[in-house]
Design a binder for this molecule. Structure first.
Ligand SMILES: O=C(O)C(=O)C[C@]1(C(=O)O)C=C[C@@H](O)C=C1
Length: 255
């Protein structure tokens, strides 16, 4: 692992995040899918929403097939995932074991449903709840993988500057750790690149005329997901949460 390779991983995850958002934006809000009362009303004794049930049950299936054998993947319902049926695969473990399970999935969950989704999906209800929450799962998994990858970034940074990090970790100096791991120039690159990806991946492709670039002066250019929303997603939530993961990982790096 090096700073370049971990940044390459984050860059490739951007594509997954943007494509996921484009797919979710195809569906309307479909609020009943998020309402625990909707299922309870069906009299089946469920206390969770369709969305929660879908994520929980999908994670259980994926756990059996070994998804969470890889430390890159962290479930949202860790206490509900059954043992894997997959034969052991020798995943390399670059992470420090006492800090390897640090994650902010709870914060990602509430950010996604309470903050992002209302901005991403258009109002409406077409009844296609399973397809809708299945695209939510893809978004949640992509965001979780990207944000919790902060563990790997932190490991690289720690190894590259052990002396300074060790002092700050011993002093539990969260603010100084945050400052040391921050690169504002890099954050700016990331935010502008994801905004551009939303333009490139989310344009309407037709056979007539040139490929729309999004920065032409045609005001008709419309994108499947608002590029400024993707910028905002990274600026307000993805990068700050990644940094939170980095700090929490570092705080356990000497345990
Ligand atoms: O690339 C890094 O150095 C990271 O730590 C990742 C990241 C990000 O989330 O994109 C987070 C903190 C840095 O300030 C810059 C970027």
């Amino acid at each position: 692992l090096s700073l370049d390779t971990v940044r390459e991983f984050l860059t490739r995850e951007e594509d997954t995040v943007v494509f996921g958002l484009i797919e979710r934006a195809k569906h309307p809000r479909n609020t009943p899918a998020y309402d625990p009362g909707y299922l309870a009303g069906g009299g089946h004794g469920h206390d969770a929403s369709f969305a929660e049930m879908f994520v929980r049950e999908s994670e259980a299936v994926q756990a059996k097939e070994g998804r969470y054998q890889s430390l890159q993947e962290i479930p949202f319902f860790p206490f509900r995932v059954p043992f894997t049926l997959a034969p052991p695969y020798n995943f390399t473990t670059e992470l420090y074991s006492a800090a390897a399970l640090v994650n902010v999935n709870d914060a990602i969950w509430s950010m996604y449903f309470n903050e992002l989704l209302p901005l991403l999906a258009k109002n409406g209800d077409d009844g296609n709840y399973a397809a809708t929450v299945s695209s939510d799962l893809v978004c949640l998994q992509a965001l979780s993988r990207r944000i919790n990858y902060g563990r790997y970034v932190a490991e690289v940074k720690f190894i590259g500057d052990q002396q300074n990090y060790t002092t700050l970790i011993r002093n539990k100096d969260t603010d100084a750790l945050m400052k040391l791991l921050t690169s504002e120039a890099q954050e700016d690159v990331v935010k502008r690149r994801v905004q551009k990806k939303a333009m490139v991946f989310g344009q309407n492709v037709t056979l007539d005329g040139p490929v729309e670039t999004g920065n032409s002066n045609s005001s008709q250019t419309s994108f499947k997901v608002d590029p400024s929303l993707v910028y905002k997603l990274y600026d307000k939530w993805v990068i700050p949460l990644t940094k939170q993961v980095e700090v929490e990982y570092l705080l356990h790096r000497l345990d």
